[in-house]
Write a protein that binds this ligand. Structure first.
Ligand SMILES: Cc1cc2nc3c(=O)[nH]c(=O)nc-3n(C[C@H](O)[C@H](O)[C@H](O)COP(=O)(O)O)c2cc1C
Length: 174
């Protein structure tokens, strides 16, 4: 494996960073897209086996079912296989749901090994900012380096947060 990676690099092909994101209404996805565009990274959606209802008119039903997942500490399954093995830096984005990250993000931290990697978190919200989730990631992944994340309020994200995203990326040297 080492040899293959070396050969790829020596031929001038640079590995692209992944931007992993979970998004139901598309807001986090739009921030993920901006990050991917500015850093030439690949967008990778975290897709649940059982999709969440993305119709905003059904918000109350979604809120109830998400609360139930939290109360029962469930681990909704992820549909797609995500290969993070060869990446050193990984962006991870999610909305705040019920004052923390969607519980499928816990599934992801349970499932994949982030030891030795640099995690760059970001999230969207409606007032809770990151609600301590970057700290939770540090606790869940003590062997990873977790950089200071970026919280973007939903309406700001919907109108395009490229300048704030750009500043944040620059502060981390990307
Ligand atoms: C079930 C549910 C719970 C939410 N809980 C919170 C919350 O606790 N705090 C907050 O600031 N926003 C909360 N929100 C708002 C979302 O964080 C916000 O709409 C986010 O931008 C949606 O991201 P998405 O479009 O990528 O799905 C909640 C939204 C949903 C659907």
């Amino acid at each position: 494996m080492e040899t293959i990676i070396y050969n790829i690099k020596s031929e001038g092909i640079v590995r692209r960073k992944p931007v992993l994101y979970f998004s139901v209404y598309g807001t986090t996805k739009s921030v993920a897209r901006e990050i991917a565009g500015l850093t030439k990274a690949d967008l990778v959606e975290i897709k649940p086996v059982v999709p969440y209802d993305s119709d905003r008119d059904h918000y109350n039903a979604l809120a109830r079912s998400v609360k139930n997942e939290h109360d029962k500490d469930m681990r909704p399954k992820i549909k797609n296989e995500i290969d993070i093995t060869d990446y050193a830096d990984i962006f991870i984005g999610y909305p705040i749901w019920w004052y923390t990250f969607p519980i499928i993000v816990y599934t992801m931290f349970d499932k994949y090994n982030f030891s030795g990697k640099t995690i760059i978190p970001f999230n969207t919200h409606l007032g809770s900012r990151d609600r301590g989730t970057y700290e939770v990631i540090r606790q869940l992944e003590p062997m990873a380096k977790v950089l200071d994340g970026l919280s973007v309020e939903m309406r700001e994200a919907e109108h395009g947060a490229e300048s704030v995203v750009n500043e944040w990326l620059k502060s981390h040297g990307y």
